[in-house]
Design a protein around this ligand. Structure first.
Ligand SMILES: [Cu+2]
Length: 158
């Protein structure tokens, strides 16, 4: 009882101190995910982009191969690169994270692509997403939905 109460107070203090930034960590044996987020989508949008930081806290290689979410038909891992002055993105089959290494999926680089959205994403909600790793391991996380102009940079969506 005492522990629960203290936890609530700490969470409120963290939100108060950080303003709109809502940092959250998720972990399972061998893996840690920090600050997963996405943006609110306009009506009729069919895709959304998600970002997060993954750390391999284990002693064996970790490979992210995809994800799933109730709000979209599928989740792909994409990379972005400049080609002839144009930002292009393409699916990557997997993301290898060496033991002890951290890979950051961020604006302008690697990201998760939610394809075939079945509803609008609204600011401040939490969207469940399951990360899938090679070997069948999974980690359930929640994407925090920032405002439409939130975060840094854009994804090049119309
Ligand atoms: Cu993409």
């Amino acid at each position: 009882m005492k522990f629960g109460f203290g936890l609530v107070l700490t969470l409120v203090a963290l939100i108060g101190a950080s303003g709109v930034l809502f940092a959250r960590d998720y972990s399972a044996p061998g893996v840690k995910v920090a600050n997963p987020w996405t943006r609110a989508t306009p009506a009729g949008a069919t895709t959304a982009v998600a970002y997060l930081k993954i750390t391999n806290t284990g002693s064996t290689p970790l490979r992210l191969v995809g994800g799933s979410t109730p709000v979209a038909q599928r989740v792909e891992i994409h990379s972005m690169s400049m080609e002839g002055g144009v930002m292009r993105m393409r699916p990557v089959p997997g993301l290898d994270i060496a033991p002890g290494a951290t890979v950051e999926l961020k604006a302008g680089g690697l990201h998760l692509m939610l394809i075939g959205l079945n509803r609008q994403l609204t600011q401040q909600e939490q969207v469940p997403l399951t990360l899938i790793f090679a070997g069948g391991r999974q980690l359930a996380i929640e994407l925090h939905v920032e405002g439409m102009g939130g975060g840094m940079g854009s994804h090049g969506e119309p």
